[in-house]
Ligand binder design. Structure first.
Ligand code: DGL
Length: 277
């Protein structure tokens, strides 16, 4: 048993799409979230930059007494999981890609055509393909980077024509050529445009890694005897390196019914310490 909070992080607000599923499965737990909104997007940056940013955030979370770190980001999970596990052996660290690949293997029938969309870094890493080669080699896999989605989502450009056109730009030909029956939302920002995708491609089966990660988090908490008994003095806190309006609105929506705190905090040693007026 352990009352300390669970740390979660992403390059921005995308990781928030995991939070409702985690809260539902783990109602007694408290969460500390860090969104690196000042430096998002990560998905088109050099891996060495992403590794440095991720280590700063993990360090911040460890200093805030988290008992576990959840990497609510496919990009970071695809290239930094082992590095972070080695640097921070004092806490279990859960990535999002392994549980997602397991869900794909468990639910897609032999011969399925599976389209995976994500950031440039995630797609280039081929982590989904490499895991699935082991778990279920009979699937036809196709992957495509969709780098314009994250900046639009961070700006809150979601329920409108610009987003629909961007989705069609990336997916029309890709889905047609791959004859995909299943689409994997391989970036935690993408569930925020799921309604658009459902409307544009109603026959596609969608796999949402932001939901699938929950099983791994619960399993790790159980394995390390870290589940909270409840009545924790800790509070739910959302840190962002830049408090964008969209980030705050999103949290308000998720936590409408409960107490939480939102704070600006930079983890970049060279950055200004307070937000500009
Ligand atoms: N939400 C992230 C992911 O799951 C990162 C997106 C980005 O910053 O480019 O990949």
């Amino acid at each position: 048993m352990d009352k300390r909070p669970i740390g979660i992080f992403d390059s921005g607000l995308g990781g928030l799409t995991c939070v409702p599923y985690l809260r539902q499965a783990l109602p007694r737990e408290k969460f500390i979230y860090f969104g690196d909104t000042a430096r998002t997007p990560y998905g088109s940056k050099d891996p060495s930059t992403i590794r440095a940013f991720s280590a700063q955030i993990a360090e911040f979370l460890v200093q805030h007494q988290v008992k576990m770190i959840v990497i609510a980001c496919n990009t970071v999970s695809s290239i930094c999981l082992e590095d972070l596990q080695q640097r921070f052996p004092q806490v279990p660290i859960v990535g999002i890609i392994e549980p997602a690949a397991q869900a794909i293997a468990d639910t897609c029938v032999k011969g399925s055509s599976v389209a995976i969309i994500g950031t440039k870094v995630t797609v280039k890493s081929r982590v989904y393909e490499n895991l699935l080669k082991e778990l279920k080699p009979e699937l036809c896999l196709h992957a495509k980077a969709c780098p314009a989605f994250v900046p639009l989502i961070e700006e809150g450009i979601i329920e409108n024509e610009i987003m629909d056109l961007t989705i069609k730009h990336y997916l029309d030909d890709f889905l047609q050529e791959s004859q995909a029956d299943t689409l994997v939302l391989g970036c935690t920002h993408y569930p925020l445009i799921r309604k658009n995708i459902d409307r544009l491609y109603p026959d596609l089966r969608i796999i949402n890694p932001s939901r699938e990660i929950v099983k791994s988090v619960v399993a790790q908490l159980e394995e390390h005897d870290l589940l909270s008994p409840g009545n924790s003095d800790f509070e739910n806190i959302f840190y962002a390196s830049d408090l964008s309006e969209n980030f705050v609105n999103m949290i308000n929506r998720i936590f409408a019914d409960e107490n939480f705190r939102v704070e600006f905090r930079s983890v970049d040693p060279d950055a200004r310490k307070t937000p500009l007026e």
